[in-house]
Design a protein around this ligand. Structure first.
Ligand code: F6P
Length: 496
């Protein structure tokens, strides 16, 4: 069992006192990596806390597990698999890096074929996938594709038919390509949506709809069996987990929308963060320091949630992307040894977009009874075309909120007082381009991994999602041993 006693015994001083006592605080708790300025000085991390976490990292063999990941060892022990998403961006076991490069070359060739109109004129890309097979590509297209008029890309995940209905109204079946993204090629929602798209094309008289399908999967045989020609099945390795897969062929819609050069920039930015994570000492290692702050709040201050706020519309999908990354990876109760972890694991990740969130949920952040570490994300270079006062207001608001959370304010009227000492970190990007976004997402991946290693859990399985799927399937087949409430609900909806 790792020894947390040194961390739990750390003195608990107010943030302002920490600044007053240490002139070197800002320099020690800020870093610049790959176009991103990281600032943890408004968290309760101190030099002693960082040293205590470094000791814990040594005890839990973070360095060894990090190397094992990059070496392609089977660190996903419950599934007996390697963890190789870094190979997709050129960092990792040589054979896996080479295999990923071959898959990327195939992906590029299909994009070239689309551009050369080998499928006839293509205007629309309809990507169906769910979870990791949708959230990552959607984030990329939404963040980086706003100025691109290359193709109209829709990403549909929900089995709720309204999601597809909306797209069917906008897209022309004759100029649409269907992209089916599923690591397993068995996910009910995705397969049902894919079939409905084929039906829509057939209904509109499109010749050979199956000839307009591209499959992104780690199960190529299943895609071929489903009816996709093998030349249009773009694979990736089993070691690339769903929520870590946007670098692989799963990133196809982003590569089509942005163009191949941009997709490569994304991979290069991520690789830069990989090298930083692999080679930097922990006290100047961005993913490690961020994880230390996460763990300080969940383990010592018993924070149950954490909240990233993107002060940039282009990053509005980041909180939902992070929800899957962090909660599916580290929302576990059992350790690597199969025993109960015995301490809190992942906090609940939630968040939103600034400044909107200020007028909705920030009341609770400033005066509520929960301690919530906040993460501000902002970009120095504006993405809009409006007078610069807009962007100036946006950034000033982000910074002022962090200051207010920390400083607080005393008033005679308790209802008008702010306790202060509420922590936040800030990630300030020079600009939002493919390279910086790649580095940012890779930072979050490695931070999640460090959290998992220090907690002694496997961040790369997700058995927690299986039971609900099994029961939905049983219910669909008229079976399942359901409680009276569920049986009643099924009957009321006429589903029995
Ligand atoms: O149900 C959870 C999950 O397995 C995620 O981990 C995954 O990203 C998603 O479903 C989609 O899975 P697939 O890519 O195999 O369709």
């Amino acid at each position: 069992m790792a020894d947390w006693s040194r961390i739990e015994a750390l003195p608990q001083e107010r943030l302002e006192a920490l600044f007053a006592a240490d002139a070197g605080r800002l320099a020690r708790l800020t870093l610049d990596v790959a176009g991103i300025h990281f600032d943890w000085s408004k968290t309760h991390l101190t030099a002693d806390a960082v040293a205590a976490f470094e000791a814990l990292a040594k005890e839990t063999d973070l360095a060894g597990r990090r190397e094992a990941m990059f070496a392609g060892a089977h660190i996903n022990s419950t599934e007996d698999r390697p963890v190789e998403h870094t190979a997709e961006r050129g960092e990792g076991r040589a054979e896996s890096v080479q295999a990923a490069a071959i898959q990327h070359a195939r992906m590029r060739a299909v994009i070239d074929a689309i551009e050369a109109e080998a499928f006839g004129p293509v205007r629309h890309i309809l990507h169906v996938g769910i979870g990791g097979s949708a959230l990552g590509p959607h984030l990329l297209v939404d963040a980086l594709g706003r100025d691109s008029d290359r193709y109209d890309v829709a990403i549909v995940s929900n089995v709720d038919g309204m999601a597809l209905d909306d797209v069917f109204e906008r897209f022309d079946p004759a100029t649409t390509l269907l992209v089916i993204a599923s690591k397993t090629f068995t996910t009910t929602e995705t397969m049902m949506n894919a079939t409905s798209v084929i039906d829509w094309m057939q209904g509109a008289g499109v010749d050979d709809p199956y000839g307009r399908v591209i499959a992104l999967t780690a199960a190529p045989d299943k895609a071929v069996e489903w009816g996709v020609d093998e030349t249009r099945v773009l694979g990736f390795g089993e070691g690339v987990g769903g929520r870590y897969s946007l670098w692989s062929s799963i990133g196809f819609p982003a590569a089509v929308k942005l163009g191949w050069d941009q997709f490569e920039e994304l991979l290069d930015g991520a690789a830069e963060m990989d090298r930083h994570f692999r080679l930097s000492a922990l006290h100047e290692n961005a993913p490690a320091l961020a994880a230390f702050a996460d763990l300080y709040y969940t383990q010592v201050r018993k924070a149950e949630t954490r909240a990233p706020f993107a002060y940039d519309e282009r990053l509005r999908l980041l909180p939902s992307y992070l929800q899957q990354l962090e909660m599916e990876s580290n929302g576990k109760s059992v350790g690597l040894d199969g025993q109960p972890v015995g301490r809190p694991t992942a906090p609940i990740t939630w968040g939103g977009v600034g400044t909107d969130a200020q007028h909705a949920v920030f009341q609770l952040l400033h005066q509520g009874t929960h301690l919530i570490p906040v993460e501000f994300l902002a970009v120095i270079e504006a993405g809009d075309t409006l007078p610069e006062e807009h962007h100036r207001q946006l950034l000033l608001n982000a910074f002022a909120q962090g200051a207010a959370l920390m400083k607080g304010k005393q008033a005679d009227d308790p209802a008008r007082s702010y306790p202060g000492d509420r922590p936040s970190s800030t990630l300030l990007l020079d600009r939002l381009d493919a390279r910086t976004l790649g580095a940012l997402i890779a930072f979050y991946e490695h931070r999640t991994f460090v959290n998992g290693v220090l907690l002694g859990i496997n961040s790369f399985d997700q058995f927690g999602v299986e039971l609900g799927k099994e029961m939905a399937k049983a219910a669909g087949q008229g079976g399942g041993d359901f409680d009276p409430s569920t049986t009643d609900l099924i009957a009321r909806a006429g589903l029995e």
